[in-house]
Design a binder for this molecule. Sequence first.
Ligand code: HEM
Length: 212
Amino acid sequence: MAMNSELWLRRIVKPTVFFVSLLPATLLTWYALTDQLGANPIEEIVRTSGDWTLRFLLITLAITPTRRLSGFHWIARLRRMIGLFAFFYACLHFLSYLVLDQFFAWGEILKDILKRPFITVGLVSFVMLVPLAVTSTNKMMKRLGGKRWQRLHQSVYIIACGGVLHYLWMVKADIRDPIIYGSILILLLSHRAWSKRKEEAVRRRRAHSATI
Ligand code: HEM
């Protein structure tokens, strides 16, 4: 990348993406402080933060396909930040459940985890996000080594499936929204499977032509 575009990415694109990603949390805080969250503000906070967790997870997964299809390779440089925002919203979501919804009623929480499968799935997905956030630094990437780091971070696909399942399991009647998120996830997974197969075919062809 030329110097100018490197500067453009660092000074304009990254800060813009950062502040735009903070907007949902800022608005939610603003609405909470000004009493604009409707009749059930706690539910609104839990739900909005849950929505944004899933959205940021899907945006993170969409980065590589978007890069491949558009040829804008610099998009990949935003992936870590957006992935960390998924974790940020997941923390907000989990904390709003823990503090606002349950107020540390550990007994109730344990009952919830054991009796409501959608909570169990949510918790597993959240716990699985932690090692990804912890190993998101360049230092950790080097320490783990490319292959192992990649294998670990592939669990984000399972986490996103967990997120969709959590939502699908939570809703009782209107399953339109979880179906929309689920369809986007299936599309992203299919693209990944397709590009993996293509890469494999190229590798095999290369290996074959090297032997003759
Ligand atoms: C990666 C992890 C997670 C994702 C992607 C996620 C996503 C979501 C989504 C999309 C919703 C629905 C929002 C709506 O109705 O518009 C939701 C609701 C909810 N989630 Fe999560 N969630 C995660 C983890 C958790 C965890 C760890 C807990 C608690 C232990 C939790 C508890 C809840 C609760 C209580 C609701 C709302 C239920 C209601 O209002 O009836 N979630 N979540």
